[in-house]
Design a protein around this ligand. Sequence first.
Ligand SMILES: [Zn+2]
Length: 235
Amino acid sequence: MSFANLGLVLIGKQGAGKGTQGAELSKHYDIPHISTGEMFRELVRLESPTGKELKQYIAKGELIPDETVIKAVKERLSFPDCAHGFILDGFPRTITQAEALSDLGTPSKLDLVINLEIPTRLVLQRLTRRRVCSNCGANYSLDSPPKVPWICDVCNGKVTKRVDDTEQVIQKRLHLYEDQTRPLLQWYKTRGLLVDIDASRDSNEVTRQIVNAIDQKLKDKKDSKVSNNYEDDIS
Ligand SMILES: [Zn+2]
């Protein structure tokens, strides 16, 4: 079986499960899950030209401009592990970035944008119940606590609530998200690339829904290729 190329973008509020779904899809399709934060850290570590640029902004605590973010994505997508595709998480955030992504000239092109829809009420519930190991970053929640109360299973570190996981701060982040992301979702919708997924369900069920949507898209892509070839044959 030949591997189909697959370019994917995950969009969703914090707490919608982008990290979990990205990891599952990465395993399933054998393509890298690239979250923007990790990508920045990786390029800085590699000391590539873009990495050096990023390092300056990060050191000064400045917002990284679109132009540099786009350069970073372009560089990351040219790595050999992206030969058969990619899963982007945290990029694009703006229409300018989305336009750039459709014109990067990388081997794999964007096929689908998965919008993980989750009601604000549920985000608040998930995030205010979330607990994190202050030492290794392992995730817990009031519903799935560590074995010994609030001592990390992995490293014995102290498990606490993140300081920015208060309802007020989360609400503020969600408003920002809405302002920025709604136009982006609309932009992808008019281009026929957007798939809405109900992310409020069990995470295995969410993965199943996404895989179905992707496989359908890959099948359509294959079918249209076959019919194009056929037209070539008879002309
Ligand atoms: Zn820990």
